[in-house]
Ligand binder design. Sequence first.
Ligand SMILES: [Zn+2]
Length: 1030
Amino acid sequence: MSQQGYVATPPYSQSQPGIGLSPPHYGHYGDPSHAGSPPGMMKPAGPLGAAAPGGMLPQGPSPPGPHQFGQNGAHAQGHPPQRFPGPPPVNSATPSYAPYSPSTQSSYPSPASTASVTQLASQLNAMHINSSGMAPPGQGLPGPPAPLFQGLPRPPQPSIMQPGSQVLPPPPTALNGPGSSPLPPSTHRQDGLPGPAPLNAQYQPPPLPGQTLGTGYSPQQAASYGPQMAGGQLSYPGGFPGGPAQMAGPPQLQKKLDPDSIPSPIQVIENDRATRGGQVYATNSRGQVPPLVTTDCVIQDQGNASPRYIRCTTYCFPCTSDMAKQAQIPLAAVIKPFATIPSNETPLYLVNHGENGPVRCNRCKAYMCPFMQFIEGGRRYQCGFCNCVNDVPPFYFQHLDHIGRRLDHYEKPELSLGSYEYVATLDYCRKNKPPNPPAFIFMIDVSYSNIKNGLVKLICEELKTVLEKLPKEEQEETSAIRVGFITYNKVLHFFNVKSNLAQPQMMVVTDVGEVFVPLLDGFLVNYQESQSVIHNLLDQIPEMFADSNENETVFAPVIQAGMEALKAADCPGKLFIFHSSLPTAEAPGKLKNRDDKKLINTDKEKILFQPQTNVYDSLAKDCVAHGCCVTLFLFPSQYVDVASLGLVPQLTGGTLYKYNNFQMHMDSQQFLNDLRNDIEKKIGFDAIMRIRTSTGFRATDFFGGIFMNNTTDVEMAAIDCDKAVTVEFKHDDKLAEDSGALIQCAVLYTTIGGQRRLRIHNLSLNCSSQLADLYKSCETDALINFFAKSAFKAVLHQPLKVIREILVNQTAHMLACYRKNCASPSAASQLILPDSMKILPVYMNCLLKNCVLLSRPEISTDERAYQRQLVMTMGVADSQLFFYPQLLPIHTLDVKSTALPTAIRCSESRLSEEGIFLLANGLNMFLWLGVSSPPELIQGIFNVPSFAHINTDMTTLPEVGNPYSQTLRMIMSIIQQKRPYSMKLTIVKQREQPEMVFRQFLVEDKGLYGGSSYVDFLCCVHKEICQLLN
Ligand SMILES: [Zn+2]
């Protein structure tokens, strides 16, 4: 939102008045006079978009049939079934698959006859891989299910069979290991290189002497993999411990597969860095695939939203829904509307049309954007979304140049940029009046344990500092945000901290059944004005409750109180709740311990993820309606029912932080970093997001920290810079290759300064009737984000086993469709992956092994509920790191370089006794020390003489004045930067107990608590593909 930091870049820097040179053209904050309206300008006929009451985003008649799609409901005929139909009946078997029509012609032989297999079969039947004009089943494909990774005995097929000598020009990206040829310097996935290059990666294991798979590996043996497992016990190999022999597959296969020869996430990441890192990425062409999230580059908005704001699962949509069904690639966008933009990129311009407000299409209400086509000398424009021809409002008229472009094209952000903001008029405000600035309310659990362990004192001390850093508008000296304070155990204490008081005053509300706000004046105050009273209060709180023996707490009334206080003050805001225990006191939202491990691995497991009472659901709804965002800091020492307590934070766009068994000396730094970061982060309040699309497709499902009262308006009490909403699209008609697929995301919100704004992000995608184009334009990181969110949403309704099976099947299906339709003919036994999805299997396996989807009693229910909630709001970069952690060798550190060392694959086989490794996943950080770590490094990092001397009971590294220490700590801070959660550091010595925890993050290996290795999973997927192709 800053107007500073603009870096003039061509073409904008070149004689384009108004951009760069004179930013005021794009309006100052809240200066309506700036619009430069001609005299006698007319107001638009009728209210702008007929603003709905209550500050709703004005919604016009949306493209046809807005109610055709329920948010979770069944879809109209001709649309693919919802992936996770919900909520389904409790019984697992066929009803869960009801949407997969049993009448669909079966293209595949049913594998077997157990219940789970039947389910799978009916799903597979619905996959349409051989339908609609494609070759009949089996055509062109060699006979029976072929062995996995068939090696030498196959007939020679030089272009594929010889990894070292690929003859296809340019070479397809092979799944190379060290023993084969290096990847070509440029990857094909993003640049859409012309030419006949097959955009696929082909797997061919290096021939191993003396070993063949061609015989002795019968389909029966192979059937021990995957969902076809008898009895439905395993949904994928290694899904559960107890049957390792089955999961590992035939031993000879294990020997066959060299991990170096299967696709490496590290190699994909490094290739993209090598080809696109450090460059300027201009968003000037439709459907171009951006650099990976792991690649650093400078993004220049030239008409499409930066990938920092929107990333898509594919940048080329299939023209028809039949094609979409055929490929089963999710069509989705991951939108992070308030993403942080680095200081070397242009912040969003603010457009102010004064009382005219934004220019919008009369029919679909899309906002003026680069996709509007001006015609008739500039007097009218055709909407790119609904094709309606609109009159240009007189105040907005401008002549066209010889190519039909407005003369002011480069002066107006909304004509030339993908992202920008509008100052909203009163039509966009609740009750048609300007909003009040938001307020922050700090609500501290002062029950016995929190006082005793020093937490209350820590919070109060810290607040004195962080309140100095309340977020403010760039041009303002002080923050407009007001603050208030409440403490609670089983009653609530409100504090009057009015600036003219000598002492703060406490008011106790004991009626937690119907919470009211006992004071208005003096509760929400300006921090600067009331600073001394507030400090006085924060000093007193720990002592005030020092003798309290109260163990019981309430929770729902706390949220209720905060929300009522904001409502009474008529402002949006955020509650910061610091809470420790299961709220067992008699009050609404009272919870009991219902952590029942017996439910795990049953159809009732989903209950563990659902809230215990509907109190929190309706509370969340009220909070969203009043712009009240709830952020929860949890300090549990036992089960606290995160599934219930976390619901309001999740649905209100807040954040849940959890510190298990909080110990002051170990955990306070992590907590304080989180608190500081959360208070200071950029955030918009009282937000409504609306996704508009060009004709032929529409947004059908939404995942994130959101609330939806209807099928189109995504309501958020607040949305901050780290939160993303994932949107799924479905066809409702044909898409045309020439016009492409256009997406406009509009977020109406209130700024931290109390201004109503609209933030607009536009993105244009390609459309194609060629499946190869679709596969070429996929982005695996975004796909995994989508799969994770849709699966984690389904967890509430579906048995986990079913969800895992669907994920495995869809993975196989997408790859089989590619193999069948896009890859060059080759032996059926070969695993052929599209270049853009090379590492989809490894990432998918990581998702399947995540504790949310892994039904294991060893993992706490609260931890699973917590991770489920975190992922639901993650952006693509965060989900990528979360599912595939970053593992860096530290012992090879170049202390003279500021660059991060190249990561290695997350597998134990990559570690070495002589090495030191740093692992980070966005929540945790581990420093793993091999038993033979170099003493000079140990000295350098820890300032102790040997491995044995290292104290693992530390969560920050000592500041040792030498290059090793400095470089390592710098690396850790670089990794931490830009991440929404402070990562707690754990020091792990090889062969000591805590290593067990660390090993869970070596995600290419077989999981400690189940979950197959990458190699096993790839075999499983390959097997599934072979079956699909048969
Ligand atoms: Zn329109």
